[in-house]
Structures are given as structure tokens and as C-alpha cells.
Design a protein around this ligand. Structure first.
Ligand code: GLY
Length: 368
């Protein structure tokens, strides 16, 4: 079992990473919440697979359970209101503790309910997808989408505790699992040559979800995220590096209507484009660029992008949250394990890198 401390400016909390820790959820939650009432916001999809284990383990806390159908199209303020009404009807007051259960959408949306209900109540995250375990559940970003863009309404609200049970990943659909692995690769490229090497050397064990290696890559990712968030909770500096692959990746997601790729797949593609851009700017050696790209493709395949216009994707970056005062912030690698933030790289180079990443995906698909 690994207990990783996040020391954010606004609060400190533990992230527990341990196979089977769901079974101990009641005692872990009670240790941080005492005898307060528990309200569980749980994705119906996660409940269908893991609900029995969750209900058995939380029974001692006598929780109120709110099953909810989720999906990107349901990550909206209307659903926040629906859940807040349900909490109020069930008698939740300011001492309520919300427990979120499910993937990134359950955590972001349920966390935002906690951030805003009665001006803020405590919450605990129990993420059940790889993407949520290695990224979304740690660091206190909560929120929902607007029709004009992802996560444009939200709040920083740190949880009391995050409980990560990598055993829950055994039943995750393969495409969703691989999509989460791109965020793990991101941690290797931005921070840790050692994690990068594990992903290179143990690809088959990682793909097979071998428990020991799985627990290691999840815990390493959480440790990296905890270090970054502990230094910069509000993304005024260092935390920007977590957006590696996200600038063009978000552009691709928006341009394809959030339907053609999972978020992690868009990040995988965005990291290829960012690697190409960094190489063309003379910041990243051809050898390291090729090594990073090979690792991303080894955990592919990335979805087919036929019919998507690279110029339209590149143009989307101007509507992104990472564009501040009209300036586009790009996180670009300088070596495996090291990145820098570059402001306003030349538009023709961004377009060329976007086109190159499209070509990489097309070539890989043709070779399969
Ligand atoms: N997912 C990026 C962050 O939490 O800052």
C-alpha cells in the first residue's frame, strides 16, 4: 500500500493507492470525516460493475446513494443542479461529505457539486478508471462543460482523501484503459525518465494489467501529480506542465465534437504533435522525439482521423483555457522527463506539426 501526501496551498490530504483498498473504504473515510453523513454520487456504469463491492464496504457508514447516468454530454450545470436538489431533499447540510465514485466525469462533476453545495462541503474521491486514478482525481480541479467548451465552469476544491484501488481496472474496457495510459506516458515525458523506461520495458505487462506493474505506474503518476500540485495548486506556473499534449489535443477533441476520441487518446495524439513542434523549434532531439512517439504508438492504436481538417484543429487552440490574454501557452519537451512552457510558437510551425501528427496516425493505421 502506498499513501501519498498532497500538500496543496489550501489543504493537505492523502491519496491511498492499494489493490483492494475499496474494501477498507469505510474506515479510511471515517478517519477523515468522523461521524458526518455520507452522500455517494456514483456513476451508474461503475456501479453496474463494482456496486456490490462499494455498497458492502460503505455499509457501516449508512451512506445515501445517488446513482446517476453520466457521460460527456451529462457533464453540465443542469446535472449539478439535479444532484444538489437530491442532496437537499435527502437532508444534506453543511457537514455533508460527498463521495464520488466512477471515472473522471463522476469526480469532476461530483467534486463541483461538493464545491458549490451550500458554498462548499467536503468530499472524497474513489476513481475507478485509469484516467481518473492517475490524473483527474488528484489536485482538486472540479467542473462541468459549457456547449462552447470543456471544463469552462468549475472550481478548485481539494478532496479530504482519494482512494485508488487499481484492482478496479481489471474490468475497464480495453480502449478506455489504453486511453488512461496516455496520461501515464505524459507523466514519464514531462517528469520521469524512470517511469518512461518502465513503460518501454514492461509494455506487455502493462497492457496485461499485471497487478504489480499497474500499482507501480499508478502510484508513480500520483506521486508526480502530487509534487506538481503541492508546488502550484492554481496553475499559475509549474502545474501548466500537466497540460502537455492537451493544447492541440483539446483542439482535436473540440473539432471532432468530443465523439471520435476519448480524452486520453486526444492527449496521446496531442503529445505526438507537441513532440513534432518541439523538434521543429530545435528544442527536442530527433532521437528523443522518435523515442517518445514510438512509446505513444506502442500503446495505440489511435483512432482514425480521416476527414478531420488539420488547419481547423490548429485554429482551435485560440479558444482553449490555456490561451491567456490572446497568448497560446504550449508545453513542449526538451528531453525525456523535461518540458518547458513556450508562448506563441510560430503559427506555421504549429500547423506543420499538426499535419505531421495526422500523417503519423494515417501511416500507423495503414501499416496495421
Ligand atoms: N489534468 C491537469 C491538471 O490537473 O492540472
Amino acid at each position: 500500500m502506498q499513501r501519498i501526501r498532497v500538500n496543496a496551498a489550501s489543504s493537505s490530504y492523502d491519496v491511498v493507492v492499494a489493490g483492494g483498498c475499496i474494501e477498507r473504504a469505510a474506515e479510511e473515510i471515517q478517519a477523515v470525516s468522523g461521524s458526518r453523513r455520507i452522500f455517494v454520487i456514483a456513476d451508474e456504469g461503475a456501479l453496474a460493475v463494482l456496486g456490490d463491492r462499494l455498497e458492502r464496504s460503505l455499509a457501516a457508514l449508512n451512506p445515501t446513494l445517488f446513482p446517476i447516468r453520466l457521460g460527456e454530454e451529462r457533464k453540465r450545470l443542469a446535472v449539478v443542479e439535479e444532484l444538489a436538489e437530491r442532496m437537499h431533499r435527502a437532508g444534506a447540510d453543511r457537514s455533508a461529505v460527498v463521495v464520488t465514485f466512477g471515472g473522471g466525469i463522476a469526480g469532476d462533476l461530483g467534486g463541483f457539486v461538493a464545491a458549490s453545495y451550500m458554498r462548499g462541503v467536503s468530499f472524497v474521491q474513489i476513481p475507478t478508471t485509469l484516467l481518473a486514478q492517475v490524473d483527474a482525481s488528484v489536485g482538486g480541479k472540479t467542473g462541468v462543460n459549457l456547449s462552447s467548451g470543456k471544463n469552462l465552469i468549475g472550481a478548485f476544491h481539494q478532496p479530504l482523501l482519494v482512494l485508488i484501488d487499481p484492482q478496479t481496472l481489471a474490468t475497464l474496457p480495453a480502449q478506455e484503459y489504453r486511453a488512461g495510459l496516455f496520461e501515464v506516458i505524459k507523466h514519464g515525458i514531462i517528469w520521469s525518465p524512470e517511469l518512461f523506461q518502465v513503460l518501454e520495458d514492461q509494455r506487455d505487462a502493462v497492457i496485461a494489467r499485471e497487478p504489480t506493474v499497474l500499482e507501480k505506474i499508478v502510484a508513480d503518476s500520483v506521486r508526480i501529480k502530487a509534487s506538481v500540485v503541492s508546488e502550484d495548486e492554481r496553475e499559475s506556473g509549474l502545474r501548466r506542465i500537466l497540460n502537455y499534449g492537451h493544447t492541440l489535443g483539446h483542439g482535436l477533441e473540440a473539432e471532432t465534437g468530443y465523439r471520435r476520441l476519448l480524452h486520453g487518446e486526444a492527449v496521446g495524439w496531442g503529445m505526438i504533435a507537441a513532440g513534432r513542434l518541439a523538434e521543429s523549434l530545435g528544442m527536442f532531439s530527433a532521437t528523443d522525439r522518435a523515442r517518445a512517439e514510438q512509446l505513444i504508438l506502442a500503446y495505440g492504436p489511435l483512432p482514425d482521423l480521416a476527414g478531420v481538417d488539420p488547419a481547423a484543429v490548429a485554429a482551435r487552440i485560440h479558444g482553449d483555457k490555456k490561451t491567456i490574454g490572446g497568448k497560446v501557452h504550449f508545453v513542449l519537451p526538451t528531453a525525456i522527463g523535461k518540458v518547458e512552457v513556450i508562448v506563441n510558437p510560430a503559427a506555421d510551425k504549429v500547423l506543420a506539426a499538426t499535419q505531421a501528427a495526422f500523417d503519423v496516425v494515417a501511416r500507423t493505421a495503414a501499416a496495421q
